[in-house]
Design a protein around this ligand. Structure first.
Ligand SMILES: C=CC1=C(C)c2cc3[nH]c(cc4nc(cc5[nH]c(cc1n2)c(C)c5CCC(=O)O)C(CCC(=O)O)=C4C)c(C)c3C=C
Ligand SMILES: [Fe+2]
Ligand SMILES: [Fe+2]
Length: 363
C-alpha cells in the first residue's frame, strides 16, 4: 500500500475536536435513479446483508435494483419536503444545534453531519474536519441501540477512510446510548407532550426498526437494547406492562425478522377490539421514510382498516431541545479527559527546521 502526500493538519490557533453526527443516509432525490444509486450502496454493505456475495449479487442486481427503486421513489415522494429528505433535513439541523451546545464547552469543537450511504459521505466530512484542524474526532452514530448493520457499519467506514491516510486523527466512537437517562427522559418528555396536546390512547406501541432474527442468536445486542429502551421508557412514563408493547418494523426480504412485527400486531390488536393507539419510534433519532410513510401512513391505514378508531403517531425526537441536550451530554461524556493539546506536527517541524537551516546558511 502507498499513501499520497497530504497537507499537515491545519491547527490554526488551537487544535480542534471534531464531532461527526452520522445517520443512515437517504437518496439525493425522490426519483427511481437516485433511489437505485442509494440502495445499491446500502444493500451492497455486508454488514446489512449477511449473505455470501455470490448468492446475494444476482438477487440484488437482477431483481431488487430493477424493481424496488421505482416503488420506493413513490414513497419517498410522499414524504419529501421543500428542503429535501426529512432524514437529511433533521440530521443537518441536529448537527447545527449540537454545535451551538458543544461550542459552549471551553474547547474548540466542530460538529459535522454525515451519512453512511449517499451524501454527505463520512469520508468527505472527515476530510473537512481534518482540513479545519480537527486532530481528534468523536464519531457519534445517531443510533441509540447498537447493531452491526448500523453502528458497526459507520465504524467500518471511518476505518476505510483511515486506510487511505498517513496521519490519522485520534478517534473515539459512541457505540450506544439506549439506556442513557437523558435520552430516556427526552423520549418520555415527547410522549407526555404529545398526550397533553393530542390526548392519550389505550396502548403505547414502541416500534423499533427490525433486524433479521438470526442476528440475535449470532450475538448482536440490538434486540436486547431495544427491549431495555422500551422498559426504561415505560418506567419513566409509569406504564404497566399491559399499557405498552414493543414491536419491530421495516422487515426486508423473506427471512424471519425480530418479532412481533409492528403492522400485523396493530391489525391483530384492532381486530381484538383495541380502538385507540399511540405509536412512538424510539430507535429513530429523526423522522424518515420508515416512520413517516411506513408507520404514519401504512401502519395507520392497517390499524384503522382492521377496526381501530384512533391512531396517533408521536414524531421522533428530531430537533426537540431535550434531544439535543441528550446528544450533547452523550458527546460530552465521551469527550471527557481528551486533552486539546496535540503531538507536534512532524511536517510543520520539519519545515521549521529546514527554514532555520536555510536562514543559517544564508547568513
Ligand atoms: C434505526 C436503525 C436501523 C436499523 C437497525 C436498520 C437495519 C436495516 N435496514 C434495512 C433495509 C432498509 N432500511 C431502509 C431505510 C432506513 N433504515 C433506517 C434505519 C435502520 N435500518 C433508516 C433511518 C432508514 C430511512 C432512510 C430514509 O431515507 O429515510 C431502507 C430504504 C427504504 C426502502 O426502500 O424501504 C431499506 C431497504 C436492512 C436490510 C437492515 C438490517 C439488516
Ligand atoms: Fe433500515
Ligand atoms: Fe420501510
Amino acid at each position: 500500500m502507498s499513501f499520497l502526500p497530504e497537507p499537515a493538519f491545519d491547527h490554526g490557533s488551537t487544535p480542534a475536536i471534531g464531532v461527526l453526527l452520522c445517520n443512515l443516509g437517504t437518496p439525493d432525490a425522490p426519483t427511481a435513479s437516485a433511489v437505485r444509486r442509494y440502495l445499491a450502496q446500502f444493500l451492497s454493505d455486508p454488514r446489512v446483508i449477511e449473505i455470501p456475495k455470490l448468492a446475494w449479487w444476482p438477487i440484488l442486481h437482477g431483481i431488487i435494483l430493477r424493481t424496488r427503486p421505482a416503488k420506493s421513489a413513490q414513497k419517498y415522494a410522499s414524504i419529501w419536503t421543500k428542503e429535501g429528505s426529512p432524514l437529511m433535513v433533521w440530521t443537518e439541523r441536529q448537527a447545527k444545534l449540537l454545535q451551538g451546545r458543544l461550542g459552549e464547552q471551553g474547547h474548540r469543537v466542530i460538529v459535522r453531519h454525515a451519512m453512511r450511504y449517499g451524501n454527505p459521505s463520512i469520508a468527505s466530512q472527515l476530510d473537512a474536519l481534518r482540513a479545519a484542524g480537527a486532530t481528534r474526532v468523536l464519531v457519534l452514530p445517531a443510533y441509540p441501540q447498537y447493531s452491526g448493520a448500523t453502528t458497526a457499519s459507520v465504524i467500518d467506514e471511518v476505518a476505510r477512510w483511515s486506510l487511505a491516510h498517513r496521519h490519522v486523527p485520534e478517534f473515539r466512537f459512541v457505540n450506544r446510548y439506549h439506556d442513557d437517562p437523558r435520552y430516556i427522559e427526552a423520549l418520555a418528555d415527547s410522549v407526555r407532550a404529545h398526550w397533553k396536546s393530542e390526548g392519550r390512547g389505550d396502548l403505547l406501541v414502541m416500534s423499533f426498526h427490525g433486524m433479521p432474527a438470526r442476528t440475535l442468536t449470532l450475538g448482536d445486542p440490538y434486540h436486547c437494547e431495544c427491549l431495555k429502551t422500551g422498559r426504561l421508557l415505560a418506567e419513566a412514563l409509569r406504564l404497566s406492562e399491559a399499557q405498552y408493547k414493543v414491536t419491530f418494523q421495516s422487515r426486508f426480504g423473506k427471512a424471519r425478522w425480530l418479532e412481533p412485527y409492528t403492522e400485523p400486531t396493530l391489525r391483530t390488536l384492532a381486530e381484538g377490539g383495541l380502538k385507540s393507539v399511540d405509536l412512538v419510534c424510539p430507535g429513530f433519532s429523526a423522522d424518515c421514510i420508515e416512520t413517516l410513510e411506513e408507520i404514519d401512513m401504512e401502519a395507520r391505514e392497517a390499524f384503522l382498516h382492521a377496526g381501530g378508531q384512533r391512531f396517533s403517531y408521536i414524531p421522533c425526537l428530531n430537533d426537540r431541545p431535550a434531544h439535543i441536550r441528550a446528544l450533547a451530554a452523550v458527546a460530552e461524556q465521551h469527550l471527557q479527559g481528551w486533552p486539546t493539546t496535540t503531538t507536534p506536527d512532524a511536517t510543520a517541524l520539519a519545515r521549521q527546521r529546514e527554514a532555520a537551516q536555510m536562514s543559517g546558511a544564508s547568513r
